[in-house]
Design a protein around this ligand. Structure first.
Ligand code: AMP
Length: 217
């Protein structure tokens, strides 16, 4: 099975939801740079204070900072049995740093799973997205409702709308995706690592398709 995985795709494509499903099913470590920044913001650490100024406006956190936190996390022992990188790399500088790091720590990337989704659908998904404040489980106000409105099914925590899921920040985030991140698809295609999936099929079908693919290799 392919176990060292990069998940790519625009904001709202379903990377976080898929990562949470794959993590449980295949015992992989989920490394989400967005989640790491949000935790640092909550804990009001110096990293959190720095990250907040970028994230609130939809901008990317500087490469050196982001590469540093991934380097620390990916080097930890629990990643030896496989990991899902969710939201990293987002720039060519990050991708090149990851190449070097992967060699250094003997944890080569096996596959890049890319989730395709059209922009209209991304905007629909993100504007209705709600997230649990405690455990991060994602919901949607129309298509993935919690059993009790505003309350997480998993942990009972309160659901909220991410501050960067507003229209203004979303435009900036999609701009960064198209300008900085999308070119990485060619980068990984040239390395023979890229596999595309259509994320419009729905989260359960997508999980089945990706799982089947990972296990077939
Ligand atoms: P996400 O939860 O992946 O949508 O990330 C939320 C925000 O965190 C992004 O809009 C960026 O501001 C920041 N962020 C997450 N990952 C990265 C990254 N690899 N490089 C730079 N900024 C990032």
């Amino acid at each position: 099975m392919l176990k060292n995985i990069i998940l790519m795709g625009p904001p709202g494509a379903g990377k976080g939801t898929l990562a949470k499903q794959l993590k449980v099913a295949h015992h992989l470590v989920h490394i989400s740079t967005g989640d790491m920044f949000r935790e640092a913001i909550k804990a009001e650490t110096p990293l959190g204070k720095l990250a907040q100024s970028y994230i609130a406006k939809g901008h990317l956190v500087p490469d050196d900072v982001t590469i540093g936190i991934v380097r620390d996390r990916l080097s930890q022992e629990d990643c030896a049995n496989g990991f899902l990188l969710d939201g990293f790399p987002r720039t060519l500088v990050q991708a090149e740093a990851l190449d070097k790091l992967a060699v250094e720590i003997h944890r080569p990337i096996d596959v890049v799973v890319n989730l395709d989704c059209d922009e209209k659908e991304l905007i629909r998904r993100i504007s209705g997205r709600r997230v649990c404040k405690n455990c991060g489980t994602p919901y949607h106000i129309n298509t993935m409702k919690s059993k009790i409105e505003g309350i997480c099914d998993v942990c009972g925590g309160p659901l909220f709308q991410r501050p960067d899921d507003n229209e203004e920040a979303l435009k900036v985030r999609l701009g960064h995706y198209n300008h900085d991140t999308k070119p990485l698809l060619d980068y990984y295609k040239a390395k023979g690592l890229l596999v595309n999936f259509n994320s419009l099929v729905g989260s359960e079908d997508l999980f089945d398709e990706v799982s089947l693919f990972l296990k077939s290799k």
